[in-house]
Ligand binder design. Structure first.
Ligand SMILES: Cc1ncc(COP(=O)(O)O)c(C=O)c1O
Length: 372
């Protein structure tokens, strides 16, 4: 079976984990955590990065930091992972699901204003596959209506929009290091902070509501409970694993990009087969190789065909406005025409760093055979 994803491993992970074990201090917040955070700050041009145990945790921290409360409405695409919405639902707020653009599967900036009302407090653009919404327009809207922007950049480490790093647009942004992402530590994430006024509160929140980080820096002589918080910090073992990945990001990306480009050069001239133009024309981190089929029936046939060849191609996400919890907790914008159509037709081909050449060739042959 050719798996849809195999987690990237650089080969340095075990060595760094042994290092941590030798120190006898394996809880979070040590040297490897700091080293990871420094690299992430550079990759996102953010003022401060805090490692978390998932992107979900970083989104939950973001909702807490923004003091989101019952009655507040948050604009986001319906086409996203559940955590984008759940983080705000946990605070009693209402996600308002807005359509995506057919060009790049990201929030359609032209459809945002229609969903703003007196309860709206923020916008959460999701940078799909390293592409992103019209952030100029979204930033202008946020400014005009006094709304916060939290970027869900779970899939988008290292990407830019018009020369500005993704992760540096919102007051906060979130990253994932889940095993399915370009870089991973099994489960992991980061909260990137651009609004300097939020840095100290975020550190406190991540450390169970205590000023433990200040204590470790020698700024207070004991630490205690100072605010609301939870346990959002990953252990030093995860940080050591992640450092091995961050340190080798160029190698990981280069090998992923090679597979992506091979797919593109082999498939993009096929009639009947649609690869969204933005993925071909714009810069991204090769997180996803998408094919858009004619309709849902053809999508199922393609997935079944690939499966019969031992290839695990997949689809995602089920739009949140159509899910059981989405209907219960969220509100849907009137026009979700793209969201109601595109996700039903999307197929993601297997793609990961260090994918064997013969596996990539088998994937291409199967797609070509299906469309022949
Ligand atoms: C857009 C988006 N946001 C959030 C998440 C959650 O990430 P994690 O698994 O690190 O919590 C994902 C996971 O795939 C995602 O795709």
């Amino acid at each position: 079976m050719i798996r849809y994803n195999e987690p990237y491993v650089s080969g340095r992970e075990i060595g760094y984990i042994k290092d941590v074990l030798a120190t006898g201090r394996i809880a979070g917040g040590g040297e490897y955590t700091k080293k990871c955070e420094t690299i992430i700050e550079a990759l996102t041009s953010s003022n401060k990065a805090l490692l978390t145990h998932s992107c979900t945790a970083a989104l939950e921290m973001a909702a807490l930091l923004m003091k989101v409360k019952p009655g507040d409405e948050i604009i986001m695409p319906s086409y996203t992972f559940v955590s984008t919405a759940n983080a705000f639902v946990l605070r009693g707020a209402t996600p308002v699901f807005v359509d995506i653009s057919k060009d790049n599967f990201c929030l359609d900036a032209d459809k945002v204003v229609a969903s703003i009302n007196k309860n709206t407090v923020g916008i959460v653009p999701v940078h799909y596959g390293g592409l992103c919404a019209d952030m100029d327009k979204i930033s202008d809207i946020a400014h005009e209506y006094n709304l916060f922007i939290i970027e869900d950049a779970a899939q988008s480490l290292g990407c830019s929009y018009k020369g500005k790093k993704l992760g540096s647009f919102g007051c906060l942004s979130t990253l994932s290091f889940h095993e399915t992402k370009n870089l991973n530590c099994g489960e992991g994430g980061a909260l990137c902070i651009n609004d300097e006024n939020l840095i100290e509160s975020a550190e406190i929140m991540r450390e169970k509501g205590t000023n433990r980080s200040r204590f470790f820096r020698g700024q207070v002589d004991k630490y205690s409970w100072v605010d609301v918080g939870s346990s959002f910090i990953p252990s030093e073992l995860n940080a050591a694993f992640l450092f091995a990945q961050l340190e080798t990001i160029n190698l990981a990306q280069e090998s992923r990009e090679n597979v992506w480009k091979y797919y593109e050069s082999s498939l993009s001239s096929m009639p009947n087969l649609l690869i969204p133009k933005s993925f071909i024309e714009e810069n991204h981190n090769c997180h996803i190789f998408p094919i858009v089929t004619k309709n849902a029936k053809e999508r199922q046939q393609l997935l079944d065909f690939m499966n019969s060849k031992g290839i695990n191609a997949v689809f995602h996400y089920v739009p949140l406005h159509s899910s059981e919890a989405g209907k219960k907790f969220g509100l849907a914008a009137e026009d979700l025409s793209v969201t109601n159509d595109l996700p039903d037709r999307l197929v993601r081909l297997p793609l990961y760093s260090n994918m064997k050449k013969e596996h990539a060739e088998s994937v291409v042959s199967a797609v070509l055979e299906f469309y022949a």
